[in-house]
Design a protein around this ligand. Structure first.
Ligand SMILES: Nc1ncnc2c1ncn2[C@@H]1O[C@H](COP(=O)(O)OP(=O)(O)OP(=O)(O)O)[C@@H](O)[C@H]1O
Length: 371
């Protein structure tokens, strides 16, 4: 997708919020947008998402696009499942595929217990899960996230981190804004700053040190169209380099107490072996060939592992799993002993609190643990 000379101002003769923006958004790229409050980040993201039109310039080559707004329209007269199914249909899925995708994403975010709940009755955290799920379920070519992590609990943020990595690895483009400068740090191909109506690239060496889990894409991203000549070109093609070893990165600031534990359940490809030297001395309860097998039964297919690690090493562990060759699919991320992070149970005291911090349920073989 390309933006050429794009400008936006509100109202006739109003001041320009954006002006002369030239930008290429290639497939398989991850772009962070930053800038001061009121600088025009959301304006740019709405233009990218196609829900607002430029006052000047042109946008061409838009792929199927999904958008997570800053504020979710909670007043819509739908249940959570009905809304997601409806949105799936709008994104072009068949009714069956939309309903299946809606159910899967509700489960993955640990919100399947609220499938029949009207949107207006959902907590802020669950509403945000629905807002994110509606964007993810059609696997869009362009995913635009405006502060999408805000309001999500720790486990759901991990699910979204993993979903972003999956989208980019599948050749989708992701553009995001987040108030936390460390969000997906180290993963974006580029960071762009909105400043005084312009969009300028941020040099990597002026950025804060990285420290989170989502890896750069693993595969070279296909580049399409003629070579760009914009002020802000697309990110360079992947070199196919392996990311720096997990555990060498500074740890991400987290609301999870340092003495909490994080349990990760991951599924490998047939024959996949766990990377050696897992960060933080991760304890494997069960897995292929009963790796360090404990009391829990091994998954019959031998492809599911459950790893427990100190919270300060969880990002590095996720990073290691997601960047393994072949990568491991993250099934659940459960915070154990997290007393600070709001859980669904805490947000919605009248609703069933079971498995409150579970990102999504494991298979029938996977033994359940109370967090
Ligand atoms: N619908 C609108 N009508 C009029 N002015 C608007 C509208 N939307 C945004 N603006 C103005 O455009 C400017 C940029 O707003 P925008 O929300 O894009 O900034 P932002 O960088 O996302 O801000 P924040 O970080 O606070 O979310 C602001 O001055 C804002 O008041």
């Amino acid at each position: 997708m390309r933006l050429r000379g794009v400008g936006r101002r509100y109202g006739l003769g109003g001041p320009w919020v954006l002006r002369g923006v030239d930008l290429e958004v290639p497939p398989g790229s991850l772009t962070r947008v930053e800038g001061r409050n009121g600088s025009g980040k959301s304006t740019l993201l709405r233009l990218l998402a196609g829900i607002d039109a430029p006052s000047a310039g042109r946008i061409t080559g838009r792929p199927a696009t999904a958008y997570v707004p800053e504020r979710f329209p909670a007043e819509l007269p739908f249940s959570a499942l009905g809304y997601l199914t409806h949105l799936g249909r709008i994104h072009g899925l068949s009714r069956k595929a939309a309903a299946r995708g809606a159910g899967e994403w509700l489960e993955r975010f640990g919100a399947d217990g609220y499938a029949g709940t009207p949107l207006a009755e959902l907590s802020k955290g669950t509403s945000q899960k629905i807002a994110v799920a509606q964007a993810l379920l059609a696997a869009p070519g362009l995913l635009v996230l405006d502060e999408a992590w805000t309001g999500l609990d720790q486990a759901a943020r991990g699910v979204l981190d993993a979903a972003v990595a999956e989208r980019v690895a599948d050749g989708g483009a992701v553009v995001f804004v987040d108030h936390d400068p460390r969000r997906l740090a180290g993963a974006p191909d580029r960071t762009l700053r909105v400043a005084e109506t312009r969009l300028v690239p941020v040099e990597p060496d002026t950025r804060e040190a990285p420290g989170t889990a989502v890896p750069p894409r693993r595969d070279p991203a296909p580049q399409s169209g003629p070579a760009p000549a914009p002020a802000v070109p697309g990110p360079p093609a992947s070199t196919g380099e392996r990311p720096s070893p997990a555990g060498t990165r500074p740890e991400r600031r987290s609301m999870v107490p340092a003495d909490a534990w994080v349990r990760v359940e991951a599924e490998g490809a047939p024959g996949a072996e766990l990377p050696t030297g897992l960060p933080g001395g991760a304890v494997c309860e069960y897995g292929p060939a009963a790796l360090g097998a404990g009391s829990a039964p091994a998954d019959p297919a031998g492809r599911v592992v459950r790893l427990t690690v100190g919270a300060t090493h969880s990002d590095a562990l996720l990073h290691t799993l997601l960047t393994a060759a072949p990568p491991w699919h993250i099934r659940t991320v459960t915070t154990v002993g997290d007393t600070h992070e709001p859980t669904e149970a805490q947000q919605e005291p009248n609703k069933a609190p079971q498995e409150a911090t579970e990102a999504f349920r494991g298979s029938a073989e996977a033994p359940k643990e109370k967090a």
